[in-house]
Structure formats: structure tokens, C-alpha cells
Design a binder for this molecule. Structure first.
Ligand code: ADP
Ligand code: ADP
Ligand code: SF4
Length: 608
């Protein structure tokens, strides 16, 4: 085949006993007598191999490449990918997991005293790269058969690059690594005991009590880990990583379940370890405002999830994010997306007023003996609009949602509770042992219609998860299924709490437009609580702003336009945004900088 293509077979999907080798029966080289698609037993004989003897192997030497692609279409289980690699990629991969398996090209280069970011989709090889940098896995430079190539060959490959120093230290056995996992929800399955017991084991720098105080988890340190919320677990995991004494820290997503104030604190702690202690920090982050603030340089990762991934050379953070959003990588001369992602520099015009879906009076609600009390100023929510809901965690946003849904009774005031509300909670727990397709079909009769596919399944990229069990989904997959389940209900008001959690940037943008389009086409209203400011900007027509003292008292203003809403919300946080001069992308100002002071004086925090 064209030597710039790869064939990838997903062994979790390939089920020859159910398809009778449709792929091999139709493969043109096979039909002319060549052995392009064979069984793994035929390919490997007595050599060790992954997968079952009956599963298929595709010869990349014989295969005609992506322009043929017949097997890809014939396979009923979507198990095969044939992909032309970008021509610019003339080197061998850094690592390939095996024949017909995922290939990684390029590695990020951690630097002492610097925060290095990685920006890219899930499933693109970020963890693979870190396992190599952490010396948990020797890269095979694509040589999947025989002995691995060894350090000399690896050093030859990277001499004169940004990575040389790092690899030399790694080879000398001098590098220690601390890591924060991506899915903090799984921590309670892996650890039994209190937060303090978990954290004390990590206190290698004597910084533990300071870190606990700064992230605000003091009140929960004596609780059992399995009683913590997602936002608390996220901060515990951050502290557990940063408390270690390592040369190289890898943080796979800092922000899920954290509010903006907590995100800023997390970013500050990571920066301090680089600036004050000269450590190397490598961060994967999908909240672009935070990544922008945090990283000195970034590597963009692109490719095809599960098939191959390319990690670019480092770029300045500003250019890297701009190029990523624009969909074109300049040094690499590579288009990674057809459309660019753009932001409005000025507040969106007030949309024509629609019919009112719900009008609510002033409301109050408190819990227990007034441990927490919420005051809501009356307002109205319109048809066809997406109302962004912003404010810190623990301020009463979910409580307000429950009041609207008629699931909670207010202490004062009354909600006309004749509304059907569909609700996606912040922490998505789906633990029914059921397939995704059966689950979604149980929610709507529209399941599988072309209309439902266009509106919901396609933008949320559900095709590859339909046959999986709900319990086997990754965090990002579970999030997309939960958004789909919410939008598939027949309701007047769709309430989505943090739909961005665990989605990569492109999935966030797709999910955002699916939610927007859905509200518009259904004369429905969506209330979306989110802490990713870019997502709120792309998503919302108006804003509902909460403020107060978390866990003590909350206050909600009536819904207002984007400019007023952003000003009110960001003034509470004391953060201003400027615009990138080339792309109009919002960027957080340095506190106390001239622009920060000017904008605060003018009262323009966002659309300045
Ligand atoms: P990311 O961290 O970007 O989500 P990973 O590095 O975890 O990506 O994985 C990239 C791809 O490599 C995955 O899609 C998976 O299919 C494949 N992969 C990971 N580990 C193995 C392994 N041990 N054997 C074969 N394939 C693997
Ligand atoms: P948000 O959605 O803004 O994070 P919530 O509405 O979930 O905030 O919670 C606001 C406060 O009320 C929190 O301090 C929370 O612990 C408390 N709270 C929420 N539900 C209950 C309840 N059923 N009983 C007692 N306190 C509660
Ligand atoms: Fe055969 Fe390759 Fe065509 Fe698939 S893409 S049918 S393996 S030639």
C-alpha cells in the first residue's frame, strides 16, 4: 500500500463468528489471491500475539490504503480503520502497540521550571506519551516485532531536540514522576479510608497542610473518601499529586467539577511548583482559558482517536491555542479541522423575545436549621433560549433547578410547576448493566430515526458507543450519553449541569451546538450550568448569575443579557478578559496589569 497509511483493527470489536469475514471476502487483494486480510493465527502462527486466533490481521504492505476502504464499510462492528497518514509525517512512530494497533508520533518535552501543556482530543496517545516519559514503558520506535530497539537508537532519534536532556536523565534513572489521574470519580473504588489517610501517604515535601488549606478541602479531610463530591475529589487528587516530591508532575485534566475560582487556584499551585521549585509540569487541559493562563508552551496533539496520534513540537501557548481553534497548524502545514472555532467579540445582540416558558416570583429555600439558604429574585425564562447559569460551587444552582422542576418546595414564593423538566446532573452515575442503544431507546420512540440521528447521535458522536455497556464507558463517553438521554426526553425545560466535564474541546463545541440547535428547533429552553467560560460564551443567549458565600448563603439575580451577566459574574470573581488581537479569543488578564485596571474602572470585564 501507499507506505503512508496504517491499518488499525479494534480487537474489542472484531467478532468474526458473527460476520463471516465480510472484510476479507470483499478485499480486492484477497479476491485476487493475495493474503491481505488473514486470521491472526495465520499471520502469527506460534509467535505470541494479542487478540484471538480467529480475529483478523491486515497486511499494511499489501493493503491498497484509505482510497479503497472496502473492509471499513463492510465490517458490521466498525472494527477497522484504514488511514492515510499526513505526508508531512515522514518519521517512524515513537511507539506502536503492535501490528494493526495504535501508533504514536512525537513526544512532549517537559522542561525544568516550566509548565508544558498538551492540547488535543481524548484517545490520541497522551497517556502513552506520559508512560514513556515516566519510564514505565520503553518506546519501540514502531518496531513491533523482535527485541525493542534500546536506548542508543532512541537517543539517536532525539539528539538535538528539546527532549534530549530529559531522555538523558531518564536513561540515567534520575527521574521521579507524580501523576494525577483523569477520572477522579474512580478514586473511591481504589481507596478505602478517610481523605486524611489517603493524603498523608503523599506528604513528601512537607507541603500537605498548606495545600489542603489553599484548595479548601479542610472541612472534608476527616470524611471517608467515598462520601466526597466530584469537586472535592478533584481537589484531593490534585493535592495528592502536588504533595509528592518528584522531578516531573503529570496532571491529566485539572478542572472537571471545579468552579472558576477553584480552577484559578489549581492553576496557581501548579505554576508555583514550576516557578519556585523548578519542577517540570506537564498538563492536559481542555478548559482553554485556564490552559492559556497556566502553560508556558504547549504541544498540540492531533490524529485519529484510537488509531494514531501526533504530538507536535512545542508552540507558544498563545499561537498553539489560536492554531488549534483555527483548525490549521502553521509549522506543520496541517489542517486538523475544516471549520474554525470563533468567539463573538461583542455581546450577542439581545435575541427577539420569545414566549415565556416560566415566570417565577422571588423565592427562598433553606436546608436544615438554615445551614444554607438561597434567595432567588423573580424572573422569566423564554422559549428557544439557552440560559447560561454561572456562579461558584455550593451556591444553590442545583437547588434552584430542583425548585423549578417541582422536586423541591420553596419556603417562600411559589413556582408554577406545570413544567416538564429533563435534568442531567453534574455527576453522571449510570450503573445499569445495559447497552447504550437499549438505554436510549427506552427514553424516546424517536431513537434511531434519521431526525434523532442528525440532531442528537451525530453531533454527540454516539455511533461508536452504541453497542457498549453503560458501565464500560469512559468519563467523556458517559457524559455524551447523559447529554443525549437528557435531550431525548420530551420536556419544556432542559437542565444540564456541567455538560463540559471530561469532554475535549471539539466535543464541547459539538455538544454546545447540539444543545443550542435543540432548544431552537423544539421551542424548548435549555438551562446550562457550566464553569468553562469559553463554553458559556459559545452557548448562552442570556445569563443567570449566582453569588453569595458557598455552603452558607446564595443569591440569584434575574436572567440578563450576556454583557451585563458576564460583568456581574466576573466582577464577583475579580477577573477581566482581553481579546487576542488576531483571533478575538478571550484571554484572562494578569491581575493588576494595565488592561485589568482599565477594564475594571470601565466596568467592562468581558466584552470590552
Ligand atoms: P489518551 O491519553 O490521549 O486518551 P492513550 O495514550 O491512553 O490516549 O491511548 C491511545 C490509544 O492507544 C487508545 O485509543 C488505545 O486504543 C491504545 N492503547 C493504549 N494502551 C494500549 C495497549 N496496552 N495495547 C494496545 N493499545 C493500547
Ligand atoms: P450548587 O449547585 O451551586 O453547587 P447546591 O444547590 O447543590 O449548590 O447546594 C447549595 C448548598 O446546599 C451546599 O452547601 C449543599 O451542601 C447544600 N445542600 C444541598 N442539598 C441539600 C440537602 N438536601 N440538605 C442539606 N443541605 C443541602
Ligand atoms: Fe483490503 Fe485494504 Fe481495501 Fe481493506 S482497505 S479491503 S484491507 S485493500
Amino acid at each position: 500500500m501507499a507506505d503512508d497509511s496504517i491499518a488499525v483493527v479494534d480487537l474489542d470489536r472484531c467478532q468474526p463468528d458473527r460476520c463471516n469475514y465480510e472484510c476479507a471476502n470483499f478485499c480486492p487483494p484477497n479476491r485476487s489471491g493475495k493474503e491481505c486480510i488473514v486470521t491472526r493465527e495465520e499471520r502469527f502462527g506460534d509467535e505470541p500475539y494479542e487478540g484471538g486466533p480467529d480475529q483478523i490481521h491486515i497486511s499494511e504492505d499489501i493493503c491498497l490504503g484509505e482510497s479503497c476502504g472496502i473492509c471499513v464499510n463492510k465490517c458490521p462492528f466498525d472494527a477497522i480503520e484504514i488511514i492515510n497518514l499526513p505526508q508531512e509525517l515522514d518519521d517512524d512512530p515513537v511507539h506502536r502497540y503492535g501490528e494493526n494497533a495504535f501508533a504514536l508520533y512525537g513526544l512532549p518535552a517537559p522542561q525544568e521550571g516550566q509548565v508544558t501543556g498538551i492540547l488535543g482530543p481524548n484517545g490520541i496517545g497522551k497517556t502513552t506519551a506520559v508512560r514513556i516519559l515516566a519510564d514505565e514503558m520503553a518506546p519501540n520506535l514502531g518496531q513491533v516485532a523482535g527485541d525493542p530497539p534500546g536506548w542508543e537508537a532512541i537517543m539517536d532519534e532525539y539528539r538535538g531536540t528539546e527532549l534530549q536532556n530529559y531522555l538523558e536523565e531518564l536513561r540515567a534513572g534520575d527521574v521521579t514522576v507524580a501523576r494525577k489521574p483523569q477520572y477522579v470519580d474512580q478514586i473511591p473504588d481504589q481507596f478505602d479510608g478517610t481523605t486524611r489517610e489517603l493524603l498523608e501517604r503523599t506528604d513528601e515535601r512537607g507541603a500537605l497542610s498548606d495545600l489542603i488549606e489553599r484548595v479548601g478541602i479542610g472541612p472534608v479531610v476527616d470524611q471517608d473518601i467515598d462520601t466526597l463530591s466530584g469537586g472535592e475529589l478533584q481537589r484531593v487528587a490534585l493535592v495528592a499529586c502536588l504533595a509528592r516530591d518528584a522531578d516531573f508532575y503529570f496532571l491529566d485534566e485539572l478542572t472537571p467539577y471545579l468552579d472558576i475560582g477553584q480552577r484559578m487556584t489549581a492553576a496557581r499551585l501548579v505554576r508555583e511548583l514550576a516557578d519556585e521549585e523548578d519542577r517540570s509540569m506537564l498538563v492536559v487541559e481542555h478548559d482553554l482559558a485556564i490552559l492559556d493562563l497556566l502553560a508556558d508552551t504547549i504541544h498540540v496533539a492531533y490524529g485519529s482517536s484510537g488509531a494514531f496520534g501526533v504530538i507536535t513540537s512545542p508552540k507558544s501557548t498563545k499561537n498553539g491555542i489560536n492554531e488549534y481553534l483555527g483548525g490549521f497548524l502553521e509549522n506543520e502545514n496541517m489542517r486538523i479541522r475544516q471549520e474554525s472555532i470563533t468567539f463573538e467579540e461583542h455581546a450577542p445582540r439581545q435575541t427577539a423575545e420569545g414566549d415565556v416558558v416560566v415566570e417565577y416570583p422571588d423565592l427562598t429555600k433553606s436546608y436544615g436549621d438554615g445551614e444554607f439558604s438561597l434567595e432567588v429574585e423573580g424572573g422569566e425564562i423564554q422559549e428557544n433560549e439557552v440560559l447560561g447559569v454561572v456562579g461558584p460551587n455550593g451556591i444553590g444552582k442545583s437547588t434552584f433547578a430542583q425548585l423549578l422542576a417541582g422536586r423541591l418546595e420553596p419556603d417562600e414564593g411559589e413556582v408554577d410547576a406545570d413544567l416538564d423538566i429533563a435534568y442531567k446532573p453534574q455527576y453522571v452515575e449510570i450503573d445499569q448493566p445495559m447497552r447504550v442503544d437499549a438505554f436510549l431507546a427506552s427514553i424516546t420512540d424517536d431513537f434511531g430515526t434519521s431526525y434523532w440521528n442528525t440532531e442528537i447521535a451525530d453531533p454527540l458522536q454516539l455511533d461508536r458507543v452504541m453497542e457498549q455497556n453503560l458501565t464500560d464507558l469512559s468519563g467523556g463517553e458517559r457524559q455524551r450519553v447523559a447529554i443525549a438521554a437528557c435531550l431525548s426526553e420530551d420536556a419544556d425545560l432542559y437542565l444540564l449541569d456541567e455538560p463540559s466535564a471530561h469532554l475535549d474541546v471539539e466535543q464541547r463545541v459539538r455538544a454546545t451546538s447540539a444543545i443550542r440547535r435543540y432548544a431552537e428547533n423544539h421551542d424548548a429552553t435549555a438551562l446550562v450550568i457550566d464553569h468553562d467560560i469559553y463554553m458559556v460564551d459559545l452557548l448562552a443567549d442570556r445569563l443567570l448569575v449566582f453569588d453569595g458565600e458557598p455552603a452558607e448563603r446564595g443569591h440569584a439575580s434575574p436572567p440578563v443579557g450576556m454583557r451585563d451577566g458576564m460583568n456581574e459574574f466576573l466582577a464577583n470573581l475579580d477577573i477581566t478578559f482581553r481579546r487576542d488581537e488576531r483571533t478575538g479569543r478571550p484571554r484572562i488578564n494578569k491581575p493588576g496589569s494595565q488592561l485589568d485596571r482599565e477594564q475594571k474602572n470601565a466596568g467592562e470585564y468581558y466584552y470590552s
